[in-house]
Ligand binder design. Structure first.
Ligand SMILES: Nc1ncnc2c1ncn2[C@@H]1O[C@H](COP(=O)(O)OP(=O)(O)OP(=O)(O)O)[C@@H](O)[C@H]1O
Length: 293
């Protein structure tokens, strides 16, 4: 192992150790929960998309939220981040009740999300997209935020932050290019960089690796573990089980809107409820979730 890798591995081991005594059971309390959900429900017409009795997300860890298509993962992210309303339930972030707060207030409190389909604006430059993220998170309007001269204190600070993040994500040389010219993977990087403009305490990443080529996937994975190692809390939705097993400290599994399993990654692949969720209840042999048809 190189010296470069050592701090990451140490931090990852530390996050895992803090969860070591935690029972792999749905709804189990965590030693240091940053996000706590209780009785959260959301229906669309007659369909109950989310009915999570209790879920706690450990501070400073990477938690993967997995489950078959339509399990309710994105809807849950939408609710917690203030992009959708719940029909019932409450949720707390760092001890503060967040229930019913709009997205920009949630972001200001330190909880920011990215989207499955990136919300990068193609006709703006890469750097303008970054600055817009900063203004959007303060709840301002698009046009005034873009037209206001950059020498105003806050904008100058946002400019520095944008440049710093673009360098970090290796997008610095593309800063004046239109975002529409970026590859799918570069857009995902930009989406993550935009989320960090608000200096969040926690990020919710909705399928950050979807549609990204293998080289950029490695780069994204590196950035995500680095964020965790710097103390950020990460929760991400992902379908690629190699990614989930590779970087998660903890895995939560949803099916039919419910939380059906939780645990360290190595316990999840053989969890009966998880196999049932992915393969349906009438499969013959116990298997792993990689065996999904
Ligand atoms: N705005 C909506 N109107 C009606 N039904 C919706 C809406 N949003 C989600 N649903 C339904 O709620 C259920 C949960 O959807 P959701 O997108 O949260 O699942 P998911 O686990 O994120 O799935 P995937 O992995 O395919 O993205 C699905 O049956 C979906 O069709």
């Amino acid at each position: 192992m190189s010296d470069d890798q050592a701090p990451t591995v140490r931090a990852s081991a530390a996050a895992g150790r803090r969860l070591a005594g935690t029972a792999p059971e749905p709804g189990v309390p965590k030693p240091d929960a940053l996000l706590v959900l209780d009785g959260v429900t959301r229906s669309f017409g007659g369909l109950v998309a989310v009915r999570v009795d209790h879920l706690e997300v450990q501070r400073g860890a990477i938690t993967a939220l997995i489950g078959p298509n339509g399990a309710g993962k994105t809807t849950l992210f939408n609710i917690v981040s203030g992009f959708d309303r719940a029909d019932g339930g409450r949720w707390w972030f760092d001890g503060r009740l967040l229930t019913g707060r709009p997205a920009h207030r949630v972001a200001r409190d330190g909880l920011v999300r990215t989207f499955q389909l990136t919300r990068v604006l193609p006709r703006l430059t890469v750097r303008e997209n970054m600055l817009l993220a900063a203004s959007g998170q303060r709840g301002e309007q698009l046009l005034p935020a873009l037209l206001r001269p950059l020498w105003h204190g806050q904008e100058r600070e946002a400019g520095h932050r944008a440049d710093e993040l673009l360098e970090r994500f290796r997008l610095g040389r593309l800063r004046d290019d239109h975002a529409g010219t970026l590859s799918g993977g570069q857009r995902k990087l930009l989406e993550l960089a935009r989320a960090l403009m608000a200096r969040p305490v926690m990020v919710l990443l909705d399928e950050p690796m979807a549609g990204v080529n293998p080289a950029l996937t490695q780069s994204l994975l590196g950035h995500i573990t680095e964020l965790r190692d710097e103390g950020m809390t990460v929760c991400f939705v992902e379908h690629d089980m190699d990614v989930v097993m590779g970087i998660s400290d903890w895995v939560a599994v949803m099916a039919d809107g419910r939380l059906v399993a939780e645990g360290p990654p190595h316990t999840i692949a053989r969890n009966r409820a998880v196999v049932d969720a992915y393969l349906g209840k009438r499969h013959d042999e116990p298997g792993t979730i990689q065996e999904e048809p």
